[in-house]
Write a protein that binds this ligand. Structure first.
Ligand SMILES: [Zn+2]
Length: 535
């Protein structure tokens, strides 16, 4: 095995790939079911996890293992009947809750090695949502110190070690934690912790701030896990923010409360007259029949359906990464609940952080369906490139406004316009030619066939204020660049109003010419005539 983590596709900060382990491959992004170490306590037979539910990776509790099986078990894989890779936590969280077991940095490492954990965690100190800043800081520092010191405690090379990134709602502590542990060789993976209470309180905005912050300082070659991811509706968001795997016990916990998961919502069994799912469970039983079952049997079926839902959502997400459409998946999921929208707004706010992995592997067109698509990383990337281009090499400017027009219908026109410019030497020497589009703003004609400008499909009804923003910022831009003459062509209704009424546009109005008409390939001769009449 050459690389631990092989990345095949990226979209936003999401990474589709494979974590290679001695116990088998983990496809990422990966949903990691939380499993009880005692086989009889699980509602679904863990032995069937791989074949029936396509589960690659599970996590189980060190604390319970210690409590029930100390000195008795020797191998985690035999006990759980799961042949694939298994992660264990340090046991610190439950130990804090229930006490009883004395944990030391040394015995935590030794125990996880002893039971054959594939991915182990050093003794961390989880942070509670009620901790003061001082308490949280102390815990973070202690966790960093213990994590740094594990080399001397490790004896078995089969267990890979996961660096616990703590800090909770205190973003600067998350940053400190990630900065100090993010490039330590001994760790093969990172895991962001202390988010369960944050998630239980639906603080999805804080959750995404935490992940995005940590992500900036962690070695990009290594996978990032999230401890305790909860409901599948949040999965696409944490993946987009850069988590490669995450565990959740929701499939089983919700089932115990008669809760039926979908990828966006939760229903009580009583609310359903028909199952909105076609998994092997839902296609063979009705809600009424399920309600009539004994509790154990009912919980088992519900947990099984819930597990299918989690895995199906992961497959949706992996598909979206491959096709470069993760942003659209987030957009659609964010419409389901205000808390998800809050989470999405954090990604919008930090859209520039999502740039590095975007666009490089994309082949398909960009879809623009709403005004939040104005924040798409590809749009920001275009604007960043634009600011680096020398846009006024020439003294005069032609602006072809195609606001409210479907750009896909105009590619031929762009090609023809490029040919005119090329064939008319005087035009070409003197005039910059910009196309003005709803989503990308200014598109220099010369680069109009560059991805993704020429591969976008949009709904062309932006809200009036958004259109005005685009026009105003374009006019500001033009003013700054001090062109000597400007010719406006095309869809100019909004433009003309502004040009007539606004005094801020401190341009000699005699140097402005405006030709208001509907832009289409059919009008090419008209545009050609105007352009040629210029010279
Ligand atoms: Zn189902």
């Amino acid at each position: 095995v050459k690389y631990l983590f092989e990345i095949t596709n990226t979209d936003l900060l999401a990474r589709k790939g494979i974590i290679h382990t001695a116990k088998g491959d983990i496809r990422t992004p990966c949903f990691v079911p939380v499993v009880h170490p005692e086989p009889s306590k699980n509602f679904i037979d863990v032995q069937t996890f791989q074949d029936k539910y396509l589960v690659d990776f599970i996590i189980t509790s060190s604390y319970i293992l210690r409590k029930r099986f100390e000195n008795k078990i020797t191998n985690l894989h035999d006990l759980t009947s799961f042949p694939g890779p298994i992660m264990t936590d340090s046991g610190a969280y439950q130990s804090l809750l229930y006490g009883e077991i004395e944990l030391t940095p040394k015995n935590v490492i030794e125990f996880q090695e002893f039971i054959g954990s594939d991915f182990g965690v050093p003794l961390d100190i989880p942070i509670s949502i009620n901790d003061s800043y001082a308490e949280a800081k102390m815990k973070v520092e202690k966790t960093i110190e213990r994590s740094r010191d594990i080399s001397s405690l490790i004896s078995n090379t089969n267990t890979k070690w996961v660096a616990p990134i703590q800090g909770g709602k205190f973003i600067d502590l998350v940053k400190k934690s990630a900065q100090e542990l993010g490039h330590i060789e001994i760790f093969d993976m990172f895991a962001i912790g202390s988010v369960v209470e944050i998630m239980n309180n639906y603080m999805y905005d804080t959750l995404l701030e935490i992940i995005l912050t940590a992500k900036q300082y962690l070695d990009p070659k290594k996978p990032v896990h999230l401890f305790g991811a909860g409901h599948p509706s949040i999965f696409p968001f944490i993946v987009a923010a850069g988590c490669d795997s995450f565990d959740s016990a929701a499939y089983a916990l919700y089932a115990q409360e008669n809760r039926y998961l979908t990828n966006t919502q939760t229903f009580l069994l009583d609310e359903l007259d028909e199952f909105p799912c076609n998994c092997p469970i839902c296609s063979t039983i009705s809600p009424t029949e399920m309600k009539g079952l004994k509790k154990n049997e009912r919980v088992k079926l519900l947990a099984t359906h819930n597990l299918y839902v989690c895995q199906t959502e992961i497959m949706n997400i992996r598909r979206a990464i491959s096709s470069g459409t993760l942003w659209n998946l987030l957009e659609s999921r964010s419409r389901v609940h205000p808390n998800l929208r809050k989470g999405f707004n954090v990604l919008i706010k930090h859209s520039s952080l999502l740039l590095p992995n975007s666009s490089s592997t994309k082949k398909k067109g960009l879809f623009f369906v709403s005004d939040s698509d104005l924040e798409k990383p590809e749009v920001l990337l275009h604007k960043k490139r634009l600011s680096e281009l020398k846009l006024n090499k020439r003294k005069k400017l032609i602006v072809l406004s195609i606001l409210n027009k479907d750009i896909t219908e105009l590619y031929d026109l762009f090609t023809n316009l490029k040919n005119i410019m090329k064939s008319n030497d005087k035009l070409n020497r003197n005039y910059e030619f910009w196309i003005l589009n709803d989503y990308f703003g200014i598109i220099p004609l010369e680069i109009s066939d560059v991805y993704p400008l020429s591969q976008s499909v949009s709904v062309t009804t932006l809200p009036e204020n958004q259109l005005m923003n685009i026009i105003h910022s374009t006019l500001d831009f033009i003013t700054k660049l001090k062109f000597k003459e400007i010719i406006f062509l095309g869809e100019l209704a909004e433009f003309l109003t502004i040009l007539q009424n606004q005094s801020f546009f401190t341009f000699d109005k005699e140097k402005i010419k405006a030709y208001n008409f509907s832009v289409s390939q059919k009008n090419f001769d008209k545009i050609k005539f105007i352009l040629n009449s210029v010279f």
